[in-house]
Ligand binder design. Structure first.
Ligand code: FES
Length: 202
């Protein structure tokens, strides 16, 4: 467990952040704290760095655990209240735990009539999870969403910020493989030796 995680986990109670309990700090890769410090050292400035830094953290972890938010607040000289305000304002920040890659299969009408049902089944089979669940290794969360505004590309799958169009079930394995590889490369580059968990609300 990170000392920094522990130190910054008790500033405000979990329910302040909408959490029922303190997340398991062991699930937050220890390199997270160093990555925040490193990014701040490489990007001198003030509190205007908050949003880009939150993006960096969410890309690494897939979500924003509140102990990390408290650490970010502390490092930027902000109060948890101010950080909470920003995080809850922007829909793209997530404080609910998700996998490193959030796979959203569009089940809106255009996608549905073009086979999205078979696509989501293929993802569920490939990942061994039900819709709404996260794989045991913490890498993938599978969700269904309504129209993502790219109907001309139906069926559409969005993995974090990447949009896949005209997806058919046969591409599913390749998509999963590509992101698994991406995670491996990041882990190797960070020297994590095992960290998993990228990514607002919705
Ligand atoms: S219905 Fe899927 S993008 Fe619009």
């Amino acid at each position: 467990m990170s000392e920094r995680g522990e130190a910054h986990a008790t500033i405000v109670p979990p329910d302040y952040w909408g959490a029922e309990e303190l997340p398991d700090l062991a699930e937050i890769p220890a390199q997270t704290w160093e990555a925040i410090d490193r990014w701040l050292a490489e990007h001198p400035g003030g509190r205007e760095r908050l949003i880009p830094l939150l993006h960096v953290v969410q890309r690494r972890l897939g979500w924003l655990p509140f102990p990390v938010l408290e650490y970010v607040a502390d490092r930027l000289g902000m109060s948890p209240v101010e950080v909470h305000g920003v995080v809850s304002f922007y829909h793209f920040f997530r404080t609910d735990k998700k996998g490193r890659f959030n796979i959203k299969v569009c089940m809106g009408t255009a996608c549905y009539v073009r086979g999205a049902g078979r696509v989501i089944e293929a993802f569920a089979d490939e990942l061994g999870v039900e819709v709404g669940d996260t794989t045991e290794d913490g890498l993938f969360t599978l969700e269904e969403v309504r129209c993502v505004g790219a109907c001309g590309l139906a069926p559409v799958v969005v993995v974090n910020d990447h949009v896949y169009g005209n997806v058919d079930p046969r591409r599913v394995r390749r998509i999963v493989k590509r992101h698994r590889r991406e995670a491996e490369v990041e882990t190797e580059a960070a020297g994590d030796g095992g960290g998993t968990a990228e990514g607002g609300k919705g």
